[in-house]
Design a binder for this molecule. Structure first.
Ligand SMILES: [Zn+2]
Ligand SMILES: [Zn+2]
Length: 422
């Protein structure tokens, strides 16, 4: 008879392994099958892997030795700002060029016609405010007094502005954003992650996100993100690919005249390459700055929620994808279990060995792919390496349940949409 639990041997190194058929079977000695579906669809080139491993390592050591104190104005961040400012000049200069044309160039009908080009470029490349996605359900202060009291307490402890609204959705993440042209601080709560956290772990995750707010990471993200979208737009304009089919047709129509294709190639090789190189460099510089920002937000979280809860909360985030799958399964197939209860159960039942497997996957994968965040195992290691901190803000079980009740209407709306989707 086959049982769910048992002992087997590793097919790779013959080491004895514990088998729990509800989870992936893997070897703790040689990491056999630690990530059965593979770590990445497209493995990165070796030089890039080496670069990112080295980056992760030097940054970790810098923070471990306490060399970074002030968040914000490190060389990488200033570099990313300057590079972005240069890019953001493109729409500004286009606008000025358009105005100059209309004012100084005559005849007027021709100058208006010509100015449409720079004005068009300015409109196409204009900076845009960040908006929440349409599936986010907004919870205001009056609807969730306990949650906002907690958020205010954390914000006051960190020394940052209070959160204006909370957006509930179904993504396996919790995030901080500045929304609209008034840059209002908004907290995004993804149910699969939020529901899987124990009370003090919730404080840690919230403190981490508000720490991003205090450290100016959302503003930085907006500036670099806007510059990045301008570069994307320029890349699409100068690269050959998007108009290839159109060009081919044109060539047919002109019976072998390849001048259009040549111009395209020339633009791609010159301007296209310049834009791609610039975007690559901006990305690399920003990578450094955003990884440092994560460590510093973790440090804030440990000060507010305590080191222990913060390290455990980060380990929980490793299970966020699994939580999302549990939610999806419950919504689709399990009619007699409340989906959020299914999420909580799926996560609290996970044995330590399975969490360890996720940590090992993150060690392999996050150093490579998840480049904006340092690998989780380094983040927890850094928190545990520093002198342990006691919590400044404590969330009790009753308060945590009260928050769940306050979020219930928004959560129900999110689940309803999720059901409609499947
Ligand atoms: Zn093995
Ligand atoms: Zn973060």
């Amino acid at each position: 008879m086959q049982t769910e639990q048992g002992i087997s041997n590793c097919p790779q190194c013959a080491h004895q392994i514990r088998v729990d058929r509800r989870y992936v079977i893997w070897c703790d000695k040689c990491d056999w099958n630690v990530h059965p579906t593979g770590t990445d669809d497209q493995p990165l080139p070796a030089w890039r892997q080496r670069l990112e491993h080295k980056l992760a390592d030097t940054l970790y050591r810098e923070l471990e030795h306490g060399a970074t104190h002030r968040p914000g104005w490190d060389a990488a961040r200033i570099g990313a700002y300057l590079m972005s400012a240069v890019v953001l000049l493109v729409p500004v200069l286009s606008l000025l060029a358009g105005i100059a044309l209309v004012v100084f160039y005559r005849p007027l009908w021709l100058s208006i016609l010509l100015s449409l080009i720079p004005f068009g470029v300015a409109v196409l490349l204009r900076p845009r405010a960040y908006h929440l996605s349409s599936d986010a359900h907004i919870v205001e202060r009056a609807q969730a007094p306990t949650l906002f009291a907690l958020l205010d307490e954390i914000a006051a402890a960190i020394g940052t502005k209070p959160i204006v609204a909370v957006a509930v959705n179904a993504i396996p993440n919790v995030f901080f954003a500045r929304v609209g042209w008034r840059f209002q601080p908004v907290l995004g709560l993804g149910l699969p992650l939020w529901e899987s956290l124990r009370p003090q772990e919730r404080v840690a995750i919230l403190a981490h996100e508000l720490g991003h707010g205090k450290n100016g990471d959302a503003r930085h993200g907006w500036v670099v993100g806007t510059a990045d979208s301008v570069l994307c737009e320029l890349q699409a304009t100068f690269s050959e690919e998007p108009y290839d089919q159109y060009r081919q047709d044109l060539i047919y129509a002109r019976d072998g005249d390849t001048s259009v294709s040549l111009v395209g190639k020339l633009l791609d090789v010159t301007l296209g390459n310049a834009v791609r190189g610039y975007a690559w460099l901006l990305n690399k510089v920003d990578l450094r700055s955003s990884q440092r920002a994560e460590y510093l937000a973790d440090r804030r979280a440990a000060e507010i929620a305590g080191s222990d809860a913060t390290a455990r909360a980060l380990e929980r985030t490793l299970l966020a994808e699994a939580s999302y799958r549990a939610l999806e399964r419950a919504v689709r197939f399990e009619k007699d279990v409340a989906p959020l209860e299914a999420v909580r159960r799926a996560v609290t039942e996970v044995p330590a060995r399975e969490i360890e497997r996720h940590a090992r996957v993150s060690r392999i994968r996050d150093t490579r792919v998840d480049s904006t965040h340092p690998p989780t195992y380094l983040r927890t290691k850094l928190i545990r390496a520093r002198p342990s901190q006691h919590a400044l803000v404590v969330l009790g079980t009753d308060q945590s349940r009260a928050i769940d009740r306050e979020l219930a209407p928004a959560a129900e709306a999110v689940l309803k949409e999720l059901r409609a989707q499947f």
